[in-house]
Every structure is written in structure tokens, then in C-alpha cells.
Write a protein that binds this ligand. Sequence first.
Ligand SMILES: Nc1ncnc2c1ncn2[C@@H]1O[C@H](COP(=O)(O)OP(=O)(O)O)[C@@H](O)[C@H]1O
Ligand SMILES: [Mg+2]
Length: 281
Amino acid sequence: MSIVIENLSYIYMKGSPFEKKALDKVNLNIDKGEFVGIIGHTGSGKSTLVQHLNGLLKPTSGSVTVNNLNVSNRNLKELRRQVGIVFQYPEHQLFEETVYKDIAFGLQKMGLSKDEIDNSIYRAINTVGLSEDILLKSPFELSGGQKRRVAIAGVIVMDPDILVLDEPAAGLDPRGRNEIYDYMKKHHFETGVTVILVSHSMDDIARLVNRVIVMDNGKIDMDGSIKDVFKNIDHLESLGLSAPQVSYLMRKLKKIIPQIDDEIYTLKDAKNEIIKFIRKD
Ligand SMILES: Nc1ncnc2c1ncn2[C@@H]1O[C@H](COP(=O)(O)OP(=O)(O)O)[C@@H](O)[C@H]1O
Ligand SMILES: [Mg+2]
């Protein structure tokens, strides 16, 4: 088990009139190499949860252990090397004159040679699908999607074995979104890193992850495979969520073709299922 969360509660501004319980006795284990999605409506506690994974937030009560390191410990250096978090709107953290310097920022404190730094940077930009000529540009000259990918490269370059992406595609157009997700999927496939993806898009979650965690009001409401979670459409809707769009189409088709499988959540699976019936006629 690479992540073990036991009875985790977190209260913002504890003891003040504004205190807010954001996590309420959360229990969660995540294995090395999993690709996990976290969904839940705004304010359900997703960001608060993931910020515990590198010790940015410390449990109010309960415990969080990552690769046998307790996040409540004082020394977080090793933990931060192992857990890379890409925050919501990470481009706000790009501040150097060049993309190169931005990505190199974390590496420079590690005592590496110039060649080692360069190689790591080339590998990182390649992982997010950017070409080398972007390195000498100013981050401010880039498109929204490129900026986002530079920020992701700045985290990946540290070679974390747990990668947390908190709404990495928020505000991007569909093309920018797909590019980010496709490269992350490839990175997961090629390296076997653990990836935890927080996203609003049920369609993206359904095509990317193996396991979905649903959060509601600081608690884990559901935790299971894509099918286990998304077949509960009515329940998801009661939480202010939805199922992937294509599953609504499949439910409608089932009214016309009763034999069709409507527990389908990706376009690819829908296409394969629909083709079966077209061929029969
Ligand atoms: N810095 C903060 N100070 C006070 N309350 C906060 C802070 N950050 C988040 N919250 C509150 O904690 C709850 C969970 O927030 P958050 O973890 O950001 O949810 P999500 O990421 O699912 O939208 C919300 O009610 C939110 O208003
Ligand atoms: Mg959030």
C-alpha cells in the first residue's frame, strides 16, 4: 500500500467562528501504480484531501502515511520528493523568464550537474508533449494549454512516484484538455507511477482511470470501478454530479433495443456495443 489514510479529519480555522470541517473521518488506501479519479461537487473536500499527501496540510485528527512516511512528521523533504502535486491553475506559479528556468527550479536544489539537469528537463517536456524550442521562451508567451503542460513538466521533472493532478485541465478547451490527459495516461502506462486525478469531467474520468472515489461533504461516498460507481446515476445526480454523457445515450438506446448493454461509460465502448446491433440487422 503506498498511501494509507486512517480516520482523517481536517478543520480549517479551527477554534475560530469560521471553523469549517472539510474532511470527516476519511479512510482510504491506494496501491502503488493505481490510476485513481476523485470526483465530487465543489467544496466536497477533494483539494483538502490531496493536499495532505505531501504534507501541505496536516491532519486535524487521524493519520496519513505515504510510502511509509507519516505526513505529520516535521521533515517533509523526502515526502515532497516522492509526491508531486500539480495544483489547480498551476500557471500562476510560473514566474521565471524562461520555460527552462521554470522547469529547472526544483532540480537546482538537488546538486545535479548541468548535463543531468538538461537531460531531466528534456525528458519532462517530452513526457508532456512539448518540443525543445519552447525552453527558451517566456512562460507568458505560451497558450493556456502549453502553460499548463510546462507546470506539469516542472513537477514530473522531480520524478515523483506519486503524481497528483488537481483539476489539471480546468478552463482549457477540449483540445488542450485531451492533450494533457493523453500524455498523463501515457506517462502512467510507461512508468507505472501512481496517479491521482481530481476532475469535474465524468467523461474524462471514465476513459482514464481504473478506480473512482466520490466525495461528498468531507466524506467518501463511493469507491469502486468505473462501472460500480457510474451505474448509480440517480445517486450521483443527488450529489450534484452526473454520469458520463454517453451513458445517458445508452440508456435511451436500451428503450429501443432492450438487449443492448447500457452500462457503458466511454465513447469507445459505446461504439463497440452499438456496432454489434447494426451488424445484426
Ligand atoms: N483555505 C480555506 N479556508 C477555509 N475554508 C476552506 C479553505 N479551503 C477550503 N475550504 C473549505 O473546505 C471545504 C472543502 O474545500 P475543498 O477541499 O477546496 O473542496 P473541493 O476541492 O472539493 O472543491 C469547502 O467548504 C471550502 O469552502
Ligand atoms: Mg478543489
